[in-house]
Design a protein around this ligand. Structure first.
Ligand code: 5GP
Ligand code: MG
Ligand code: MG
Length: 193
């Protein structure tokens, strides 16, 4: 069975993702270039990717951001290998960079219940980030349980609103598989255990 045969339907093609990610990157470039957020050179943003899901999104996004940025990753365990959210994620791999006094842009694959972002924003705030923005590829607002607050002049960037499907591809996994698909889609139901 070919990898593409595992997919029931494609929600966003490679081309659609690339186009939207370019728009997000332009918006971020504009916002962090013009606003008081980056009036001094020490305040260029720190891009923090949430591992593992955001790795492709981050890689494509940062190549379109026309500003000097630093890049780091953080890992929060919330899902295990299933499709149900765990309510209290924990940080299992912390940042290497110091974010004290920095403008942080958290890059996420998807905001679902909001638990992961609530946890990560609290953590970065306690490390003294002066603003925290969120850039998520997908958002499932219909499933929100926890409302997180951005910090300082932080902004919310979102690629697409996602219908209530469990998606795979372009970083999204099911049991750690399918992250390497170049599009976002829905698995055939017979493949869920
Ligand atoms: P939250 O803490 O907001 O409920 O969930 C966030 C995390 O759950 C995401 O970062 C992602 O790892 C995982 N997640 C939520 N919805 C989906 C989905 O549709 N597909 C996959 N593969 N992961 C999801
Ligand atoms: Mg994630
Ligand atoms: Mg996962």
């Amino acid at each position: 069975m070919d990898l593409n045969d595992h997919i029931e339907r494609v929600l966003w093609t490679e081309e659609q993702l690339a186009e939207r990610i370019s728009e997000l990157a332009s918006q971020i470039t504009q916002d962090f270039k013009n606003s008081s957020l980056s009036s001094s050179s020490s305040s260029f943003p720190v891009i923090v990717g949430v591992a593992t899901g955001a790795f492709l999104f981050l890689a494509d996004l940062v190549r379109k951001i026309k500003l000097p940025v630093t890049i780091d990753f953080i890992r929060a365990e919330s899902y295990g290998s299933g499709t149900k959210s765990n309510c209290s994620p924990r940080i299992s791999c912390d940042l290497k960079l110091d974010v004290q006094g920095k403008h942080v842009i958290l890059v996420e694959d998807i905001v679902d219940t909001g638990n992961t972002l609530f946890c990560l924003i609290g953590h970065l705030k306690s490390k003294g980030a002066s603003s925290i923005s969120v850039c998520t590829l997908l958002d499932k607002p219909s499933r929100r349980k926890v409302n997180f607050e951005l910090v300082g002049d932080g902004k919310f960037y979102c690629g697409f609103e996602c219908p209530d499907y469990f998606v795979v591809g372009y970083g999204f996994d099911y049991a750690e598989l399918y992250r390497n698909l170049p599009f976002v889609g829905v698995l055939k139901t017979e493949l869920y255990k």
